[in-house]
Structures are given as structure tokens and as C-alpha cells.
Design a protein around this ligand. Structure first.
Ligand SMILES: NC(=O)c1ccc[n+]([C@@H]2O[C@H](COP(=O)([O-])OP(=O)(O)OC[C@H]3O[C@@H](n4cnc5c(N)ncnc54)[C@H](O)[C@@H]3O)[C@@H](O)[C@H]2O)c1
Length: 328
């Protein structure tokens, strides 16, 4: 029994791997570009961790890795993030759409138990597209994809359609999360990567700069997202047949308020804030409800309010730089 995580050495994948390994499980990380700095600590788990370099554009590579490592479930995280999709739509379509269908096909052909997918709050579009009474946004609100992120968000919407199709037509258990903006140590991809970068830099005394100062965001700490995926790996398939995609939920604030939290925790932090008055980052909603995950799966976010998660990221960044944790 092993869980395959595609995009497994990325921000969320490496954190999920750590949780599963700590739980005594076997994990296979499949990634095009192995981020060694994220997975070095995981090597302590010996051969319960396998790392395979590969591309989700190849179904043959996916079938091989499933067969070679006795994979029973897949968490599919490999994806091209943010504006990179708009700049190279052909590549984004191959990686994001073909990559997802390859994972689902590999699971179907190999008779796997379960596939989890990463959708996104990008499927909602921005808050302004919804009436006040519809917010915070629940999973069953009629969707309006953000005009600012057609390739990324559109891909996530199609990924959800694929999930439903594979579940209904082939009986595969397919479910997933719609994460808010994920912050955590070492985040470097996507339109909102500057949030994590700013926290990491301030944590070790380096000057930082953020844009979108007045934009409202919904922020979720990477450890909560990893634990939410872990909860979905264990969830009753009948529950997942009723609702396939769950918001992670998040703490809503402006980028400026996020900076204020960091400044409270790291006195003397030098953080420059730029703003062109944007209401949101890349069309992402900021008012998102995480209630369904709590009531239907039983996962309540641990890293809330925001200060708790930001402190955890700061302490991780400091530990990585051989600095002591923040004073309590
Ligand atoms: N970070 C966020 O704020 C956020 C929010 C919502 C949804 N998500 C989704 O969660 C998933 C993981 O996000 P993350 O923040 O860990 O991103 P990440 O960029 O840190 O990790 C993605 C990983 O996928 C790998 N990858 C890219 N193309 C690949 C390919 N063709 N084959 C194999 N591997 C490939 C990358 O090398 C990278 O390690 C993505 O699907 C993303 O869209 C992330």
C-alpha cells in the first residue's frame, strides 16, 4: 500500500508526504523537477519514501510508477500555476488537462482505490461576482470563473468535471479540495507566491516587498491543507460521492493586514507594501466558507486565526536558517 503524490516535491506535496510518512505509510513522490531542499528531511524515513522524476504528460510513466511501487491511491498535485498558464496556454493545457486525465486513466487501468485532486478557489472568480447573501462562498453556489484567470481557473473547473465523469462512469472514488491561497515555507510558484516569500524573508531578518496591499485574500496554512488531503484519503467513499470538492476555507484579510501580523510577530521587520488599489489578486475570491469540510469530513482547521499559521511558517523558516523559534 503506497500513496503516489504527483507534484510531490512542491509546497503542498512535500508537507502531505511528511504527514503520511509520520503516520507510518509508504509514499511515492513523482515530480518533474525534484525540489531536494523540501524533501531532504523526509529522507530520514528510509525506503518508505520513494522519489521518482517524471512527467504527468506521460501515462506510461504514471502506469510504471503505480505498478513498480504498489500504489493504491493517488493525490494529484502536479499543475502549472498562476499567470504562467496564461503566458503558455499550450503547455498549461498539456500539463494541467492531459496530466489530470492521465492520472485518472492510470488509476482506472490499475484498479486503484482513490484519486484526490487539487482544484482551487479560482473556480469561483472574485467576490464581486456574487451577491452578498451568497458569501462566504459555499461549494454549491453557481460558479462564475474569474475572467482574470481563464486558463488556470478554467482548467480547475474542467478537472472537477473529469472527476465527476470518472466517478460516475467507472466507479472510481475521486474527490479533492478547493484550496484558498496557500502560505507556507518555501512557496515559490503561482500569482500569490509573494505571501509566503514575504513571511520567509521577514522571518530571517531580510527586507521584503509585497504588492496588492489592499487586495482581500483568503489564506490557508500549508499544514492544514496537507491534513485536509490526509482526511480525504481516509474519508468514507459514500461521503465523497455526495460532495466531491471541498473548500479548504481560510482566514480573510487584506495583504496589508497580513503584513501587520508578520510585523507584530517579528518586531523591526522591514516590509514594503505596494498597492494599485486592487480589490483581489488575480480574480481570486476572499470570502470562502470551509464549513463543509468540518461538518461532512470532520476536519477543523488547526492553524487559525492567521497569526497561528504565520508564526508556524516563521518558525519553520528560522529553523531552516538555524535560528531559534520566535519568543512565546
Ligand atoms: N499554492 C496555492 O496557493 C494553491 C491554491 C489552490 C490550489 N493549488 C493547487 O495545489 C496543487 C499544488 O500546489 P503547490 O502550491 O504545491 O504548487 P507547487 O508549484 O509548489 O508544486 C507543484 C509541483 O508540480 C510539479 N510539476 C509541474 N509540472 C509537472 C509535470 N508535468 N509533471 C510532474 N510534476 C510537475 C512541480 O515541479 C512542482 O513541484 C496545484 O494543483 C495547485 O494548482 C495551490
Amino acid at each position: 500500500m503506497a500513496t503516489l503524490i504527483t507534484g510531490g516535491t512542491g509546497l503542498i506535496g512535500a508537507c502531505l508526504a511528511e504527514k503520511l510518512l509520520a503516520h507510518g505509510e509508504r509514499v511515492v513522490l513523482f515530480d518533474l523537477a525534484i525540489a531536494e531542499r523540501r524533501i531532504t528531511p523526509l529522507r530520514a524515513h528510509g525506503d518508505r519514501l520513494q522519489v521518482v522524476q517524471g512527467d504527468v504528460q506521460s501515462i506510461v510513466a504514471l502506469l510504471d510508477v503505480v505498478r513498480a511501487h504498489g500504489v493504491t491511491s493517488i493525490v494529484h498535485l502536479a499543475y502549472q500555476l498562476g499567470h504562467g498558464c496564461n503566458r503558455s496556454p499550450e503547455r498549461a493545457t498539456r500539463v494541467n488537462i492531459l496530466g489530470t486525465v492521465n492520472v485518472l486513466e492510470a488509476a482506472r487501468l490499475s484498479g486503484l482505490e482513490r484519486v484526490l485532486l487539487a482544484s482551487s478557489i479560482a473556480v469561483y472568480g472574485s467576490d464581486e461576482e456574487y451577491a452578498p447573501g451568497e458569501r462566504p462562498l459555499r461549494e454549491d453556489v453557481p460558479l462564475r470563473v474569474a475572467s482574470g484567470l481563464p486558463i488556470y481557473g478554467g482548467g480547475k473547473l474542467y478537472l472537477e468535471h473529469l472527476a465527476r465523469n470518472y466517478a460516475e462512469q467507472y466507479g472510481l472514488t475521486v474527490a479533492g479540495l478547493r484550496p484558498s491561497i496557500v502560505y507556507g515555507w518555501g512557496r515559490e510558484s503561482g500569482s500569490s507566491a509573494f505571501t509566503g516569500e514575504m513571511i520567509d524573508r521577514a522571518a530571517v531578518g531580510q527586507p521584503a516587498r509585497v504588492e496588492f496591499g489592499d487586495a482581500r485574500v483568503s489564506l490557508v496554512y500549508v499544514e492544514d491543507v496537507a491534513e485536509q488531503f490526509q482526511a480525504l484519503l481516509d474519508a468514507d467513499p459514500r461521503v465523497l460521492a455526495r460532495r466531491r470538492f471541498f473548500n479548504t476555507g481560510g482566514d480573510t484579510c487584506t495583504v496589508r493586514e497580513l503584513v501587520a501580523v508578520v510585523e507584530r510577530l517579528v518586531p523591526g521587520a522591514q516590509i514594503e507594501i505596494a498597492s494599485a488599489g486592487e480589490a483581489h489578486i488575480a480574480g481570486l475570491a476572499a470570502s470562502v466558507s470551509g464549513r463543509s469540510l468540518e461538518t461532512e469530513i470532520g476536519y477543523k482547521r488547526r492553524f487559525t486565526p492567521l497569526e497561528i499559521g504565520v508564526r508556524a511558517e516563521i518558525d519553520t523558516a528560522r529553523a531552516r536558517a538555524a535560528l531559534p523559534p520566535l519568543a512565546r
